[in-house]
Design a protein around this ligand. Sequence first.
Ligand code: PMP
Length: 304
Amino acid sequence: MADRDGVIWYDGKLVPWREATTHVLTHTLHYGMGVFEGVRAYETDKGAAIFRLQDHTDRLFNSAKILGMAMPFGKEELNEAQLAVVRENKLASCYLRPMAFYGSGKLGVAPPANDVHVIVAAWPWGAYLGAEGIERGIRVKTSSFTRHHVNITMCKAKANGNYMNSILANTEATRDGYDEALLLDVDGYVAEGSGENIFVVRKGKLYTPDLTSCLDGITRNTVFEIATEMGLQVIEKRITRDEIYIADEAFFTGTAAEVTPIRELDNRAIGVGTRGPITAEIQKRYFDIVQGRDAKRAEWLTLA
Ligand code: PMP
């Protein structure tokens, strides 16, 4: 990732990709106290457009607030930085990674309060769980790792350190030949994937875990809007893993994962064992929205 052409926005300046470096004593590198976002820009008829830019920026600032991290830039500057990296790297579509981290000012556990840095990088990134996964669905395994307890790490923050748990779970699942992990909360109820929210479809209704121990996903929220348009009820409730075994359909949502059907959980086929019709319709509407084909949702797209 480090050896590429292009520019990265780094503390207010666009710097050559290979020069966007930091010191080995960077506080966040040691302890994981940082916040980030995952954002996508899509190719539309009018050019590259960032999907739900303001919502991602708002969540980044909320994550920083939760961690008590003082952001050295305003939301408008960060919005502009994200648009700039898409434009300056001449990207038709891409994934964007804004991140705020503590610098190398000091290395005790207490972070160097006035040494917060911000970067925004962008690069092309196709289907996160594979193009085939989008079509056919993926195979998922319930993780042996439990999702965060609400008073251990802060589940509403998209915080760097939270992802150690995600990496443990994802690595375990993929090493065992699955595509992704499903994490349960401390009480054994379904929380989310390592980087996705989860939905199940049963008897024409959508169910998804409430937000207690999962990230407040922007794609999840988009699916709520799509479901309303489709006249589908969405019920937020505690879900057990066996409810997913006997669901008609299931799918993951996320900026990177978009809408990815789940065809199998713990070696049990879900429904007919491939992408279901409600998932397919939600997926279609999602891609229409992000690629600018749904005029009703034009306000969610910001042209770079
Ligand atoms: N949960 C986790 C743990 C995630 O990392 C993500 C990806 N940001 C999501 C859910 C989905 O969130 P969003 O739809 O906002 O990308």
